[in-house]
Design a protein around this ligand. Structure first.
Ligand SMILES: *[C@@H]1O[C@H](CO)[C@@H](O)[C@H](O)[C@H]1NC(C)=O
Ligand SMILES: *[C@@H]1O[C@H](CO)[C@@H](O)[C@H](O)[C@H]1NC(C)=O
Ligand SMILES: *[C@@H]1O[C@H](CO)[C@@H](O)[C@H](O)[C@H]1NC(C)=O
Length: 457
């Protein structure tokens, strides 16, 4: 039944190719409609790009064309971090894709990034989401190098498949551990002189330098009232967060570090989402409470349970069929991979210096921080970007100032040498576009257009 339908699509495509001669190969991946999807005027595509023919390793993508005039809009690749988490599950369905799943099907996201760009969501590396390697040994030792290499191969094939987009401006964006993926991929593109029209990269709450990033958490938790003075003191005198992370990665905490870690966990409590210290948590097992919590949100309503709803939605058989997705070697799609064993030593590879190299080769860089995140807090990120600007001799071209969405402050920003920018998003979580969709969209638009962030006028 399925294969019959499939061959019909293939035949239709061949006829289409012969008669029209454009957009040929990509037609097979066109999504007619997602289950319970509101009617929209733009096209969506999803499917696989094989990055290794011999090992049968293939990466899954979801491509959403811009709402209006896609031909003249840039292509924006989005990568979530983890390492091991899905750009389709998190980026597309929780953060800034065209739809959000609810119990009653998909609803339109009013702040979808495809208002400004053609959005390409990639599940990477193989082992994440619907992406797979038939030879499962691949999962045992994945690292930054392999991820960047496969992502580059993916792009080469993807731009061949969607050749009508190969001259459009191209941007790479992502968050969290994509603070590794994004600059490393951009650097590889520059080094290999790949023929993409790469204009810039943007990374949100990124991991850029292990010690600075993880140690800034202590000050963040303390200054936001989540830990006591004496516990904060322990971080400087007894054991700091980078030591705790490092010891975790190597197997076990020392007695002193375990004691500090326990104190922090007790004081912060289990009822706080460390990715957004002000947002309510999804108490998904207690349906009624979830409902009440959602009702109590002030201002723009944020569905704090959208991750659970995405999990349910993407695991529906008819949704997977509509997406041309398959489960290879797994029984369930998950937001973060259960099969991938990423080399955790790679967390210590600094990527901040790569941003400097990119700026020097003419690639615009935006680093932004949702300011409610305690996991990779703005404090560390801001000082890293500021330090980089000094190191590579970029003067401040816009002094630290507020930026606006409408008449409200949407965050603060500083620009260096018109090429390197830092911006906070006020009231935003680690997944900034999830909790501050409007402000995030304003930031994206300015970044893509290479313009200053809006002032009050
Ligand atoms: C499977 O992958 C591993 C590691 O990537 C490789 O060493 C091995 O030769 C592969 N096996 C086959 C049958 O190709
Ligand atoms: C964290 O602890 C290590 C080991 O004591 C030390 O080398 C490092 O400087 C500390 N970092 C900070 C930011 O305190
Ligand atoms: C940066 O500012 C310093 C001091 O004002 C000046 O000497 C230097 O030429 C500036 N550098 C650039 C690249 O504009």
């Amino acid at each position: 039944m399925i294969s019959q339908t499939h061959s019909c699509v293939v035949i239709a495509t061949i006829i289409f190719f012969v008669t029209v001669g454009v957009n040929s190969i990509s037609e097979v991946d066109k999504i007619s409609s997602l289950p319970q999807q509101p009617k929209v005027g733009f096209q969506q595509y999803a499917g696989y790009i094989t990055v290794d023919e011999v090992q049968k390793r293939a990466l899954f993508y979801y491509f959403v064309e811009a709402e209006v005039e896609p031909a003249s809009k840039p292509v924006v690749l989005w990568l979530n971090g983890g390492p091991g988490c899905s750009s389709v599950g998190a980026g597309a369905f929780v953060e800034h894709g065209p739809f959000k799943p609810t119990k009653n099907g998909l609803i339109k996201n009013d702040y979808s990034w495809n208002k400004e760009a053609n959005m390409l969501y990639l599940e990477s590396p193989a082992g994440v989401g619907f992406s797979y390697s038939t030879n499962e040994s691949f999962y045992d030792s994945v690292n930054d190098y392999l991820t960047a290499r496969d992502n580059l191969i993916f792009l080469q094939h993807w731009f061949t498949k969607f050749s009508e987009y190969k001259n459009n401006e191209f941007f790479i964006t992502g968050e969290s551990y994509a603070g590794h993926y994004v600059p490393q991929l951009a650097q590889l593109i520059v080094q290999t002189k790949s023929k993409f029209n790469l204009k810039g990269i943007a990374i949100g709450n990124p991991l850029l330098e292990f010690n600075t990033d993880f140690n800034s958490r202590a000050e963040y938790l303390w200054s936001h009232g989540l830990i006591s003075d004496s516990t904060y003191d322990s971080f400087t005198k007894i054991c700091n967060f980078s030591q705790i992370r490092r010891q975790y990665a190597n197997g076990a905490l020392t007695t002193v570090c375990a004691r500090v870690n326990r104190l922090v966990s007790m004081e912060v409590s289990r009822y706080i989402d460390s990715y957004d210290v002000t947002l309510d948590v999804c108490l998904s097992t207690v349906e009624q409470q979830t409902y009440v919590l959602t009702q109590l949100q002030e201002g723009e309503k944020i569905d704090v349970c959208v991750e659970d709803e995405t999990f349910t939605y993407l695991n529906r058989k008819e949704v997977q069929e509509a997406l041309h997705a398959k489960l290879v070697g797994i029984t369930t799609w998950t937001t973060c991979s259960g099969v991938l064993k990423y080399n955790m030593q790679n967390l210590e590879i600094p990527t901040i210096n790569i941003l400097g190299t990119l700026v020097k080769s003419g690639v615009r860089v935006l680093v932004y921080s949702g300011d409610q995140d305690s996991v990779l807090p703005l404090i560390g990120t801001r000082s890293l970007v500021n330090g980089l600007a000094k190191d590579i001799g970029l003067n401040t071209t816009e002094s630290y100032r507020t930026w606006f969405n409408g008449r409200q402050v949407a965050g603060w920003t500083q620009v260096y040498g018109d090429m390197l920018s830092f911006a906070t998003i006020r009231g935003a979580s680690h997944e900034a576009p999830f909790s501050q969709p409007g402000r995030s969209l304003v930031l994206l638009k300015a970044f893509l257009e290479g313009k200053s962030l809006p002032t009050i006028l």
